[in-house]
Design a protein around this ligand. Structure first.
Ligand code: TPP
Ligand code: MG
Length: 356
């Protein structure tokens, strides 16, 4: 590890056992909001598990779960306001869902059906980005447009810990700082970039401190404490909307599953590290708090899980009932006006599929 940089703060409200460390934020005094956060984290976990089963049975393409990181995506999604703009990476289903992107649309995307990125209820958020950190630069452009139009909106974009080693990450930070943009970056630091551990990803002691050179504010947050994520992101968004400029947030969490369905993490993740991380995961953390505070009864918890399961099952049934896209659809979504070279390839494919 390199030198620790003083002044980078870490925020949490719940300790490891789910006990409040002090005063909780105002929004978390509302019992139904807390139950909603609990419901959302469970919904995403159930959804992720189901999509993996679909992949294993040949009904889905490669998929990235957010197992263990639900506190990060659910906290962010809950903090965003309708008029804000979200520029995602590929492990953000907990945010997308709260942006009114339908579960079926998320499944269509991972199933190779490009129509999934044409969100029915939300046309301004950007589609999922797979090329690492490129979305951060797109977010700078979007935030620049928001600023030019003098709109009171914030833009939020996410990336992983590995993403912070990309040139695009530094370019985006520099642009956000230089132009004092209404932009919030959140790093989902799940401690792994496929099989590369955080410890050898960078010599920097924290990822948050990478903002210092760009002159922008940064903070770490306990990503397994959904209350803290919700609060820290809300504060950064409010600052962005009111002209206070950008923030970099490093959310500390752990990837409890494989990188994607194309990975087998048991080949490189130490079992005892994984066991330790399971003890800190965000759903149990909030559940302990809610139980201690008598906010959630066993009966309510059971009901919540059942409703989540029903919602996921229904979305999956709809997804499975869709007729598959024809092979030539792979040409259809890149350009508004298809270049002639691509048209030729499409014609060739059409001919080989339907020669007579
Ligand atoms: C520009 C680019 N290089 C390489 C890849 C291959 N790749 C996909 S995911 C990944 C690791 C990313 O790790 P991290 O940023 O920590 O995000 P996480 O998947 O852990 O959420 C890599 C190298 C890619 N998608 N894009
Ligand atoms: Mg990572």
């Amino acid at each position: 590890m390199g030198k620790a940089l003083s002044g980078i703060k870490t925020r949490n409200y719940l300790d490891k056992s789910g006990k409040a460390l002090g005063k909780i934020p105002k929004f978390a005094e509302d019992r139904s909001t807390l139950k909603d956060l609990y419901r959302l984290m469970n919904l995403i976990r159930i959804f992720d598990k189901k999509v993996v089963s679909l992949q294993r049975t040949g009904k889905m393409g490669t998929f990235a779960t957010s197992l263990g990181q639900e506190g990060v995506s659910v906290g962010i999604g809950h903090a965003l306001q309708k008029d804000d703009i979200f520029v995602p990476y590929y492990r953000d289903q907990g945010i997308l869902y709260q942006r009114r992107v339908k579960l079926i649309e998320i499944m269509q995307y991972w199933g190779g059906d490009e129509r999934g990125s044409r969100y029915v209820y939300n046309r301004e958020d950007l589609p999922i980005s797979i090329p690492i950190a490129t979305q951060l630069v797109h977010a700078v452009g979007v935030a620049y447009a928001v600023k030019l139009r003098k709109q009171e909106r914030a833009v939020l974009s996410t990336c992983g810990d590995g993403g912070t080693s990309e040139g695009d990450f530094y370019i985006a930070l520099n642009g956000a700082g230089t132009w004092n943009l209404p932009l919030v970056f959140v790093i989902n630091n799940n401690q792994w970039a496929i099989s590369v551990p955080r410890a050898i990803q960078t010599k920097a002691d924290t990822l948050a401190q990478k903002a210092v050179a760009a002159g922008i504010d940064s903070i770490q947050v306990d990503g397994n404490d959904v209350i803290a994520v919700r609060q820290v992101v809300s504060e950064a968004l409010a600052k962005a909307r009111s002209g206070g400029g950008p923030t970099l947030i490093e959310a500390l969490t752990y990837r409890l599953g494989d990188h994607t369905t194309a990975d087998d993490a048991s080949r490189y993740v130490d079992k005892s590290d994984l066991d330790k991380a399971w003890a800190l995961e965000p759903i149990i953390r909030l559940q302990s708090y809610l139980t201690k505070k008598r906010i959630l009864s066993k009966k309510e918890e059971k009901q919540i899980l059942e409703t989540c399961k029903e919602e996921v099952d229904q979305a999956v049934a709809e997804y499975l009932a869709l007729s598959p896209q024809p092979p030539e659809a792979i040409f259809d979504y890149q350009y508004a006006n298809m270049p002639s070279a691509l048209q030729e390839q499409k014609d060739e494919l059409n001919y080989s599929l339907h020669p007579y």
